[in-house]
Ligand binder design. Structure first.
Ligand SMILES: [Fe+2]
Length: 206
């Protein structure tokens, strides 16, 4: 029996149909893959750069969490917003120390793990003193989980005046949500130790 493609309609207007078992990359190629290949779907969900870096131990192994984040779109009653990622991120514990050290020693501060129409996943390290600019998220909703260290998040109105709204301290394990209805923000590390955070957006941003 052939699985019927599932049709997803996003609140943002994005509509996409695909089989929940066939991985995105194989679906794009328009062919059905053997069952054994379907089980290994998380590796093809990853960007080629991230898959290679994880295989070489240059990134923490986040294949399972990326797969689980993607699977949330197929849960009954899924909100189809970034809020549905919360349970998966709550379950995410310590990163493997070898991959974490390698990532922290990489001068490139971010790694895009997943780039998909529904989902974008980015791992970022924040050396002491590094702050992002004030920015919005192009209509996407995003969830951030702090995996190491402590981050500071400053929020601003999402308009041309960008008035300061408030500041939060994001301790290890903290999870926060933002979208453009809530405001713009800037994130950074004002502490002496490096920090690492996982950022998950839907729809997937470019
Ligand atoms: Fe952001």
């Amino acid at each position: 029996m052939v699985n019927q493609p599932k049709h997803l309609k996003m609140k943002t207007g994005l509509s996409i149909a695909f089989d929940p078992i066939i991985t995105p990359s194989t679906q794009e190629k328009g062919r059905i893959v053997p069952l054994s290949s379907r089980v290994a779907g998380a590796s093809s969900l990853l960007t080629a750069e991230a898959a290679e870096a994880m295989a070489e131990g240059q990134l923490p192994d986040l294949r399972r969490v990326c797969r689980d984040l993607y699977r949330t779109f197929f849960q009954v009653g899924a909100s189809q917003t970034a809020l549905q990622f919360m349970p998966v991120l709550n379950e995410l514990g310590a990163l493997d120390p070898h991959g974490l050290d390698a990532f922290l020693n990489n001068p490139k501060p971010s790694a895009v793990l997943v780039r998909h129409p529904l989902l974008k996943v980015v791992l970022i390290h924040w050396q002491p003193g590094r702050f992002s600019s004030v920015h919005g998220h192009h209509g996407a909703g995003g969830v951030i989980k702090v995996l190491k260290g402590t981050l500071t998040e400053k929020r601003y109105t999402a308009d041309e005046w960008q008035q300061f709204l408030g500041v939060s301290t994001l301790h290890p394990g903290s999870i926060t949500y933002i979208d453009d209805q809530m405001g713009y923000h800037a994130v950074g590390n004002q502490y002496a130790e490096p920090a690492v955070s996982l950022h998950v957006y839907t729809p997937g941003m470019r």
